[in-house]
Design a protein around this ligand. Structure first.
Ligand SMILES: Nc1nc2c(ncn2[C@@H]2O[C@H](COP(=O)(O)OP(=O)(O)OP(=O)(O)O)[C@@H](O)[C@H]2O)c(=O)[nH]1
Ligand SMILES: [Mg+2]
Length: 333
């Protein structure tokens, strides 16, 4: 007798989007902490860098994580994304799928990809939640950025995160944005404290053709996105992988697990580095630490679970990665 094949259909799916470092992974962690205990959830996390750190941060019991590092998932030649999502759904059989696209990707195109065949049968696209940092609202660097604008365009729920860092004027600018855009829901939070109920709000694309019409532009396919995590070969001490998209350049290093970093030196190096985004999950002489920096605003937190030694840096322009690598290697004990 043929084994019974259970079709995977209409998995409630949410895209949680927002610019680099706005708090997407923090928000997903918050949602996972509050998910119904009897549900299995899966998370697909798509990072610009080739090494990827968020998958490590999100790792926890009862949640299936799939990393798609190496650039915007809509730009990868479709197949790897399809393989990645299908494998995640088949293995995890989740009650819900959360997707964190890279903050410097094309969210409209991603939604388009996920709401048409073959995904229209497998996924049931619900509200797209866009996080913004209200401090960015009057900054042309953000306002005029195509990724930032697309993130606002696709928001069913608009969330101001990091309000603990905001002035009244930032919050007033957010209120104006909400007034102009009329999302289905909006809120001002810190630490990504999203409400679970928002996840089941409908996605606008399901309802009106107008929303679909902005999902037309096709982007140039890129290749190189891996669905399998990067691993070192036996005897290899580290590996470096680079990526670029327009003005943004990234470089990531995966170091062998037995290597240890000098905490003080590493902290000083990351503090002194001028980067758009730095994420590092490292074993140091003082314990395991997660370094998380956005435009020089660094937070460092101790980690209970042993991390892999990974670091991912995003900078503008044409960084001297060799020099940065030398500096990183000098932090090894
Ligand atoms: N002050 C403050 N920091 C926050 C808040 N939410 C998140 N953070 C911090 O902001 C940093 C970036 O948060 P992430 O959740 O990694 O942001 P992200 O959007 O997933 O970042 P990328 O995936 O790199 O684009 C971390 O150090 C968080 O702890 C908040 O409400 N207030
Ligand atoms: Mg993230």
């Amino acid at each position: 007798m043929q084994p019974k094949v259970e079709l995977i259909r209409h998995i409630p799916t949410n895209v949680i989007t927002g610019f680099l470092g706005v708090g997407k992974t923090t928000a997903i962690l918050h949602l996972l902490e509050h998910k119904p205990a009897d549900e299995r959830w899966a998370v697909l996390v798509n990072e610009f860098g080739q090494i990827g750190i968020d998958g490590q941060i999100l790792q926890q019991e009862g949640v299936a994580i799939k990393e798609l590092p190496g650039g915007c998932m809509c730009c990868a030649a479709g197949v790897s994304v399809q393989v990645g999502i299908n494998a995640l759904l088949a293995n995890a059989r989740p009650d819900r799928l959360l997707i964190e696209p890279t903050g410097i990707g094309h969210p409209k195109q991603i939604i388009k990809q996920l709401t048409r065949p073959p995904f229209d049968q497998t996924l049931d696209m619900r509200a797209c939640i866009t996080l913004i940092d209200p401090r960015h609202l009057d900054n042309p660097r953000y306002r005029e950025n195509e990724y930032y604008r697309e993130q606002l365009d696709i928001a069913d729920v608009l969330v101001a995160n990091k309000v603990d860092r905001c002035e009244d004027s930032d919050l007033a600018a957010f209120a104006q944005l909400v007034e102009a855009r009329q999302p289905r829901a909006s809120c001002q939070v810190s630490q990504g404290q999203l409400e679970l109920a928002w996840l089941d709000l409908p996605h606008a694309g399901q309802q009106d053709a107008v929303s679909r019409s902005f999902l037309q532009a096709d982007t140039t396919p890129e290749t190189g996105m891996e669905t399998e995590p990067v691993k070192l070969d036996a005897g290899e001490s580290w590996r470096r992988l680079e990526n670029r998209n327009g003005d943004f350049a990234s470089c990531g290093w995966l170091f062998a697990e037995q290597l240890r970093f000098d905490y003080q030196k590493t902290n000083s190096l990351i503090t002194a580095m001028s980067a758009e985004r730095i994420k590092a999950s490292l074993k140091t002489d003082q314990g395991n630490y997660l370094f998380n920096s956005i435009e020089g605003d660094l937070s460092v937190s101790a980690r209970e679970t042993p991390p892999e030694n990974r670091i991912e840096i995003i900078m503008l322009g044409d960084p001297d990665w060799d020099k940065i690598e030398d500096a990183l290697l000098s932090c090894l004990i």
